[in-house]
Design a protein around this ligand. Sequence first.
Ligand code: ADP
Length: 502
Amino acid sequence: MAKIKFKDRMRVLFVSSEVAPFAKAGGLADVVGSLPKKLATDYGLDIRIMMPRYRFIKVEDYQAELIIKDIKIKLPNKRPTKVNVYKTFIPETIIPVYMLDMPPYFVGEDVYDHGVQGREPCVPFINFSKVALEIIKAMDWQPEIIHIHDWMPAIIPKWLRTIYKNSIFFKNTSTVLTIHNIAFQGKMEFNEAKFLGLKRRELVQPFYMNGNKEINVLGEGILNADVVNTVSPKYSQEVLTKRYGSGLEKLLVSRKKSFTGILNGIDYSNFDPRHNQDTPVKYWIDSLDKKVENKLYLQKKLGLTESAELPLICVISRLTEQKGLDLMEDVLKDLVDMGAQFIILGSGTDSVEKIFIKAERNYPKAVAAEMKFDANFAQTVYAGADMILVPSRFEPCGLSQIIGMRFGTIPIVRKTGGLADTVRDGYTGFVFRHYDKHAFLWAIQRAVDIYYNQKDFWRKMQIRAMRKDFSWKGSAKKYIWLYRKAIRHHKEELKSQNSKGG
Ligand code: ADP
């Protein structure tokens, strides 16, 4: 690749509520923690990342340095607030991560624990979005692209067209909105428009949202970003329909020309059984026999029957309706009857967790319910399990099946979104179509049958799955294309505004 001159590097500001390894609730963190590495190393992009400084982040663990103290910033509702900025880096890179410390916001115990019970924490993230723009201005670092992730910072494109319309600083800034999950939208009452610093009539009209009379932060992003994408090609088609669009399908259809799907990649420097720190016995394709030692380790640790022969099936997931929990509950007994073992590593609401805790009590030697979020232990489970279940109702991309494949842990998935794009039935995993117990069970039975009776074929599937390359190589290139498209879109818009003005 030709060397890119320092001054010519494309400047991209990532704004996100999650960034691995600092704050993670799901796949969003993995994406924002890994895509910038590829963009910076292979394409020479100049990237900076902004995220909230959650109180639970121990800044000293990341050698984060306090670079701005008590800067006064006006929130969208015109009230001033004091902000501190900590600077650290994505591990093993020189990509800066700015953590915006803005008490009294983000003092909860996890990433999204900052609002009134049962409602999305809109105001904290709206204020974070405003602070992010003001801090980047204070740093005098003009982004050519602001890459926005999910609803939390999705008001930014709207602001660039309204309250920052005459800002010379942001004049040449284009916006890219990536939707990691359309089910989360940032919904507010109309009378809360003041928190956005906007008038109610300036916001997306209810017609576009199936008549819903509310503010929809993601909807504002969809309408105003220069380009929009989701995290797999299949999901980008699905969300244009009523069934998957969660009420925003009309809005997306109206942006169809600027809307696309780019499959997530993963960072194999973390997720690889050859050198993963939490894999007790390292292995690869040429030493696959060693994988079983990780299974024996897990069985012992979790008090399951210790046996190399029994298939060990896992789930590593947020425990929400999206993830097909009811189906998992339905098949538990059948799994045990097949002689399989089941480990679930997940966290969700108490009522959901109880289902699995009860199963563990009923089948202590066959079921282990680890009701927690533990990124390290997750790797140990990927390494030790034989199969991973992902029976989602919908799945924007899904990373656990991709990680599973790299560990030779065969995925059993529903044919939806990114699951459909990444797993090939009978080749790298097992795929079922209809969301019902029988279809799911049939897929599991096929897998268990091959596991028990066709060992060579099973081994071949594992090798194929491990060889699949879901690194950022291909997808990072597509993001470059998308950034260029956003810049073109923005320029055309500026041109048409100027010609109207003149
Ligand atoms: P989503 O973003 O919808 O939660 P993904 O499959 O895209 O789902 O990403 C989930 C990520 O979070 C994966 O890296 C997975 O390993 C991890 N993960 C999910 N649940 C847990 C858990 N309980 N403990 C540790 N890691 C988890």
